[in-house]
Design a protein around this ligand. Sequence first.
Ligand code: MG
Length: 251
Amino acid sequence: MAAGSLDYPKILLFDIDGTLIESGGAGGGALHQALQRAFGIQSPRPVALHGRTDRGILHDLLLSHGLAADKKNLERLKAHYFELLPHCLRERPGRVLPGVVELLARLAACRDVICGVLTGNMARSAQMKLDHFGLSHFFHFGIYGDLAIERNELAAPTRQCIDRLVIERSSAPRQRPVSDAGSLCHANVVVIGDTPMDVALARALNARCLAVCTGAFDRTQLQGATRIVPDLHDVDEIESFLLSPVQEKCR
Ligand SMILES: [Mg+2]
């Protein structure tokens, strides 16, 4: 079935943690172990993780332990994190969240639908998580947390990515960047995520947002999303929302 409107493809941008998977704390665990191994810090202090970019988290972790957030320290911390994350993913009781595999399989069969990840994870750790849970093959591209300290700063590279995809995949002559044409972006781009930061990023893109309550935030905290669902288990309903012509206005 052709899903995009006005001959533009439908672009679906999925967050990873709390939306597609629950890692059982593997990411946070690997970060703390990396801090211990890289800098000998025995009892790392926690920093906020949910919805943030890894770049921002690493930056704050270094500063909160009295370390300079410079390139050398960041690279050192990242190297240990990438080494530890696969072990932590294997050791922790993670899972793919309800409905995710069936939904992604259905979307993969739709013409003019392009699924990507829009995540605070760095590209390498995102790949590790998707590989571990057997989801990598569903995604054609990604916008990752390497690019920004604040999640909303991912809006600019996401717009560039949308424009590039439209040039590559659209059957319509391109009059102007689709991300500049608010109504087209609203009709054709959906952000799927579990945090208020995902909702804010969708608004910054003038995209629709499907918020799921499978992470650390409830329906009240996710207000502002176009649609809020408990999880992705009702695949018929979710698919219909993601692919239907726009009937709901962003609030
Ligand atoms: Mg998330």
